[in-house]
Design a protein. Structure first.
Length: 361
């Protein structure tokens, strides 16, 4: 079994859960293997190609399913194209070449990435990643492409300045000043190609996040959905006490900018790292199904998706569901996303750490 065999098989089964045709699934599996490059042929008996933080066991692939009411889920896959590279500079070049190859194949522009590429892919890169590529997989066999970049590419101390300049170049002149306070900036993301409203997205890290601290984040995003976000936070994290917070992995917020004439974001997403706050995946799945029900969404496809990824029982490990996210985008119904792990190399044993992680702040 190779990395490509394993992740490709998982993707094929996830496409079936999402109602995609066999032809579409086959096209997307081939695309995943192409983007992985030579490491797709790497046997799983060998260690991971690098110690990527894209997943807990260093698999350079993560899947997600995005849910809206009265619709099939949308499958997405996040890949580190340069995971076989020896250093960040090479990883960035490999990732950029893969994105450019997809742009030629499907005829979309990479102009937003070209505009800011020198900021995130410098000659002497720093940070934790070079370029990750996310593929949203709709019916028809043509993916929608996103790239994820590291604001710390020129040093963590310059992350804010890098983001401010990137947003300025893309026409979002007042965007950076609209962001709330944060403990760091882990990602900058760009939609490329055929999106109805292409976004520039800034991810913020929030250490010790509590329900009481959500208000300024949501109000900053212009969503006016503070109560819904508080309920989601409590349901996903399992934290009911108003002063208790995330003391394991931090929460993340994502602020999406689509309108260059607006000072604030048009979309806001809250990401809760459920794997740090649930003892096992059976509990994480129960919480996810509750979140989906609250949004009027059937949770059965998510349970079937976990079965498509692995034959193991959910209670026998933790981390198969890595994050739960609730997104509000202006003019659209809320969207729930479950980020699910490949576990190509390891399964994290169940733990009781969740009872200790949500300590009173």
């Amino acid at each position: 079994m190779t990395l490509g065999d394993h992740t490709g098989g998982q993707l094929r089964r996830l496409c079936e859960v999402a109602g995609l045709s066999a032809d579409d699934a086959g096209s997307y599996v081939r695309l995943l293997v192409d983007v992985l490059g030579p490491v797709a042929d790497r046997p799983l008996t060998m260690p991971p190609p690098n110690r990527t933080f894209l997943s807990d066991d260093h698999t350079p692939v993560e899947f997600s399913l995005s849910f809206r009411p009265d619709a099939d889920p949308t499958v997405r896959v996040l890949v580190e194209p340069g995971c076989g590279a020896d250093h960040l500079l090479e990883a960035g070049r490999v990732g950029l070449a893969q994105v450019q190859a997809m742009a030629r194949r499907w005829g979309f522009s990479t102009a937003p990435l070209d505009e800011v590429g020198d900021l995130f892919l410098p000659d002497t890169p720093q940070g934790a990643l070079a370029l990750w590529c996310a593929l949203e997989l709709p019916p028809g066999g043509v993916p929608r492409v996103k790239v994820y970049l590291d604001p710390a590419a020129s040093g963590a101390e310059h992350s804010g300045a890098t983001l401010r300049e990137a947003l300025r170049r893309l026409g979002h002149l007042r965007a950076f000043e609209s962001l709330p306070e944060a403990d760091g900036y882990p990602f900058f993301a760009l939609d490329l190609g055929e999106w109805s409203e292409p976004r520039a997205k800034v991810y913020l890290r929030h250490e010790g996040l509590t329900a009481g601290r959500l208000g300024p984040l949501v109000r900053c995003a212009g969503g006016g959905e503070e109560r819904a976000m508080v309920e989601f936070f409590r349901a996903a994290s399992g934290i009911e006490e108003p002063d208790a917070g995330l003391t394991g992995r931090p929460g993340l917020s994502c602020h999406a900018f689509t309108d260059a004439g607006s000072a604030g974001p048009s979309g806001f997403t809250l990401h809760v790292p459920v794997r740090d706050y649930a003892p096992h995946d059976a509990e994480a799945l129960a919480r996810a199904e509750g979140v989906l029900r609250d949004q009027g969404i059937d949770g059965d496809p998510l349970a079937r998706a976990l079965g498509a990824l692995t034959p193991r029982r959910p209670e026998d490990g933790v981390g198969l569901i890595a994050y739960l996210a609730l997104a509000h985008q202006r003019g659209r119904t809320p969207r729930v996303t479950a980020y699910v792990s490949s576990e190509a190399y390891a399964v994290t044993p169940p733990t009781e750490r969740a009872s200790l992680a949500a300590a009173a702040g």
